[in-house]
Design a protein. Sequence first.
Length: 307
Amino acid sequence: MSSPAVAGRVHARAPGKLNLFFEVGDVQEDGYHEVASAYQAVSLYEDVWAESAEDFSVSVSGTVDVSGVPADDRNLALRAARLVAQKIGYGGGVHLDIVKHVPVAGGMGGGSADAAAALVACDALWGADLGAAQLHQLAARLGADVPFALMGGTAIGTGRGDQLSPALAKGRFDWVVVPTDEGLSTPEVYAHLDALRMNPDLLRAPRAPVVPPGILQALRAGDPVALAERARNDLQAAALSLRPPLRDALELGEEAGALVGLVSGSGPTLAFLASDPESALELQVVLSAAGYQALHVHGPVHGARLA
């Protein structure tokens, strides 16, 4: 394939995610962990524009601090574009213009959303028409969270988080998200969890991570109270140990009416579940008055698609 089948500029967007439940198994011989997670895509999006070019390049801007986002071949979206080109035998390039709204290194899968949006945008730009199954295969090669950013909605992830099964979630769940300026390294958080688990009296790894039926029942019922009672993140202890001030924000949010406060993924972004949109707005006001950046989002929302 020597020239794009579709000319011009293509815009795709993909959502950030929250982990409503995250159970982490013991470290494996290859250094990875098996996990069991309940993901929900929320209304905080990454925007990616793809435009035909002679080579592969990327520019990054946004409403969040993007200083730590690479603009070279380490960028996950650029790697996604190269995978599509390789898949279809396309010999040209693409320029990706990424506008980020999901906190960077915040545990909400912003980089994965960039990659998912790039897959969709390049597929359309080059007229590849790969289809959902082939795009999912490419997504799985890029990282555990990319397939979910492509799919969206609510899902259960097992294995390394990339073996996805859609989960029915009735109605709308309202969240208040509190990002912080300084991110946390996911490998560092996992390594710290492993270190904490060296003392089994403090933390014990499950033999086989699993999402409990109560989480699925709460989602199917659209019941935020029941979901809050069962929500958990095994990475939270490690994230709080590495970043102790997060405890103050968690306590404030729960005192201000949140049904539950969680570290999102590997952190340091915090997610507070509210009972309804009005309660989320009140919580947002309290957290903002205390000096925190607080964003009201809702889920589930659709995955990566053309805008």
